[in-house]
Design a binder for this molecule. Structure first.
Ligand SMILES: *Cc1c(COP(=O)(O)O)cnc(C)c1O
Length: 380
């Protein structure tokens, strides 16, 4: 129950162990086409250029930046946590200029501040932001930010690593341009792949580049020779065959559950967890309206030793929760309810285990009252 990787469903683990076939085997190519179709559903897009990059979420991030930005370009980057900072680093390494819009950690990106930055930088080519900041648990208003980008003639780059499959995400309806995600958060798959999708406008910008993409491996023009439509598929790199079996299985499971049902399950489980934690006197970092159901940042109660609790949970209850990052180190726990981890039994385990860990440190906790609050929140 940390900030990812989430629990991997047994069906997905089973898929990983299937016999490895060739990366151009007709059966494998047919599965690649299914993965693209299933990813379009997960992203809610008709974008032709939708595929999994053969590397973790950070590679999807890099793929978006290196394909859209050229030396001398300018990008407005929203920073309200760790991953916004990484975006700035990506922009700079493309030889482009980053205009930062900083926001206090734990708050969503402020659309007014973004609007002012776009007004002040009419030459910006890209607006980049993180939809679901895993370092803080804040959800930003992706629809409004994508609209701002459109109005100012910018392409949007959107980090949906933690949002895909966990909260509403509509790539086409929101007109997002370059969107990347990961497999190990709300898709509950193993880490190591990064689904990406590019709009027609993003593809046009890639085609109109004056310089070749600086990264050979992440150049979408070359990747399309392997992942693109048509019979003439050619070797680009050896696809991570078994990891793709697993991704396929996780996407089939998402389709079986239904995207809206998956979003609903995360929201319901979050409400139950919040009821239990609040009954124990534990407070949330993020204001209710901007809280991510799949990543619950809570303040560590006064006088409780952070590392000791996390160590106790792991050794005594086989349960992992996340530590605070950056400014939040030692002050905040990050409790994940991602994908297959977002289940009632996990919430009850967390409440029992955390009560136990706090009692270890001399705190009196009413576990039964907390479990009743969880039940009440889940009552129909
Ligand atoms: C986890 C995460 C990433 C990075 O993904 P990796 O698979 O660890 O490379 C990027 N952005 C956000 C918001 C994340 O939560």
């Amino acid at each position: 129950m940390g900030p990812g990787p989430s629990d991997v469903h047994p069906r997905i683990l089973e898929a990983l162990g299937r016999p490895t076939i060739g990366h151009l085997d007709p059966d494998f190519v047919a599965m690649m086409d299914e993965i693209k179709t299933l990813l379009k559903y997960a992203f809610q897009t008709d974008n032709e250029l939708t595929l999994p990059v053969s590397a973790p979420g950070s590679a999807g991030m890099e793929a978006c930046f290196v394909n859209l930005l050229e030396p001398g370009d300018k990008a407005v980057v929203c920073v309200n946590g760790v991953f916004g900072n990484r975006m700035v680093e990506n922009v700079t390494r493309c030889g482009a200029t980053a205009v930062r819009v900083d926001q206090e950690w734990g708050k969503p990106v402020d659309p007014d501040a973004v609007s002012a930055a776009l007004e002040a930088n009419p030459d910006a080519k890209v607006l980049a932001f993180v939809h679901a900041e895993t370092s803080t648990g804040a959800r930003s208003d992706a629809e409004t930010l994508c609209n701002l980008a459109q109005r100012h003639g910018c392409l949007s780059i959107v980090d949906t690593v933690t949002s895909l499959g966990g909260i509403p995400l509509y790539v086409d309806r929101w007109k997002a341009d370059a969107v990347y995600s990961g497999t190990q958060k709300c898709l509950s798959c193993t880490p190591g792949l990064s689904p990406v999708t590019f709009s027609d406008a993003a593809v046009a910008a890639i085609k109109a580049r004056k310089h070749p993409v600086q990264s050979w491996f992440l150049d979408m023009n070359l990747i399309l020779g392997y992942w693109g439509e048509g019979a003439k598929r050619a070797y680009h790199h050896t696809a991570p065959i078994n990891a793709l079996y697993a991704l396929h299985e996780s996407l089939v499971m998402l389709q079986e559950e239904g995207l809206e049902n998956a979003w609903q399950r995360h929201a319901t489980m979050h409400r139950a967890l919040a009821a239990g934690l609040q009954s124990m006197g534990i407070e949330f970092v993020v204001a209710e309206a901007a809280r991510l159901p799949q990543l619950n940042s809570v303040y560590i109660p006064e006088g409780i030793d952070d590392a000791q609790v996390r160590q106790y949970l792991l050794s005594k209850h086989n349960l992992e929760i996340g530590a605070g990052l950056g400014d939040f180190a030692g002050k905040v726990w990050r409790i994940g309810l991602m994908g297959y981890s977002a289940r009632r039994e996990n919430i009850e385990l967390l409440i029992r285990a955390l009560s136990d860990a706090m009692r270890e440190q001399g705190r009196s906790v009413d576990t039964d009252a907390a479990l009743s609050a969880v039940s009440a929140a889940l009552a129909p």
